[in-house]
Design a protein around this ligand. Structure first.
Ligand code: NAP
Length: 249
């Protein structure tokens, strides 16, 4: 069987970490990318290795082109050619209305969430596409229900960046569909992770969960399971799809 090699951006915490664990269980060699917190990334790697899996941690800011190039070159050397990319790294900032947002904030949010996803997709496609001598692969972009809901009063910039990810998923899926590459997205709703603290409200899921038809927040593993399905051969005819994982929201 072909060697399965996964790059997960932002794989050190939250949805990315859950995806890294599940991927390792399913036989992927996993690159856990992170930006700042090396201890968190190392602990994911250690726990995968402790049960016999293969994983490495690589620091790279996905918003920086040179970092992304280096990330994929390191994976080439240490794990082999990437077959699965999860564009999961994403940020949001302090909750505020649009009229309060400055350009620097908008640059940061779009640089990580949108440009980072494009750069990583580019490096993956160069290695996966049959047009470039590759043997195919799959990409999953981690969008958000915010792309549909708009996040008024909280972070419309973040929501708009996820709207861009949805459109990128559709366009890229069609662009590489006959080159052995499938591209899909998941759109999580309210998931228990640290990201809400960056918005200034660590307990946000508890506040908003009653607005969810299922009346609860989601767990990172529930997103990871959909990501792993989309990457697997069970999803072999699925491309350009956006899957909502939001308890009916
Ligand atoms: P999280 O717990 O805040 O974790 C974020 C991860 O991304 C960390 O590993 C972080 O690494 C990494 N990261 C941040 N900026 C990066 C950069 N520029 N380059 C490389 N890595 C970077 O986030 P999460 O809640 O799991 O979210 C993961 C994805 O799901 C995001 O795209 C988010 O928008 C999306 N999402 C989340 C929810 C939710 O409710 N949680 C809902 C919908 C969508 P460091 O720790 O080293 O900084």
């Amino acid at each position: 069987m072909m060697n399965k090699v996964m790059v997960i951006t932002g794989g050190s915490r939250g949805i990315g970490a859950a995806t890294a664990h599940l991927a390792a269980e399913r036989g992927y060699a996993v690159c856990v990318n992170y930006r700042h917190h090396s201890e968190a990334a190392q602990s994911v790697v250690d726990s995968i290795r402790s049960v016999g899996g293969k994983a490495i941690a690589i620091a790279a800011d996905v918003a920086i082109e040179a970092d992304v190039i280096k990330l994929f070159e390191t994976v080439d050397d240490q794990l082999g050619k990437v077959t699965a990319l999860v564009n999961n790294a994403g940020i949001l900032e302090q909750q505020m209305r649009v009229e309060m947002m400055d350009a620097a904030r908008l640059q940061r949010v779009f640089a990580t969430n949108v440009i980072g996803s494009f750069l990583c997709a580019r490096e993956a496609i160069k290695r996966m596409s049959t047009k470039h001598g590759g043997t195919g692969g799959a990409i999953v972009n981690v969008s958000s229900a915010a792309a549909r809901l708009g996040s008024p009063g909280e972070y419309v910039d973040y929501a708009a960046s996820k709207g861009a990810i949805d459109t990128m998923t559709i366009g890229l899926a069609r662009e590489v569909a006959d080159e052995g590459i499938r591209v899909n997205a998941v759109r999580p709703g309210f998931i228990y992770t640290d990201i809400h603290a960056s918005g200034g409200e660590p307990n946000r899921v508890e506040r908003v969960k009653e607005s969810v038809p299922m009346r609860r927040g989601g767990q990172a593993i529930e997103v990871a399971q959909a990501i792993l399905w989309l990457l697997s051969d069970e999803a072999s005819y699925t491309t350009g799809s956006l899957i909502d994982i939001a308890g009916g929201k």
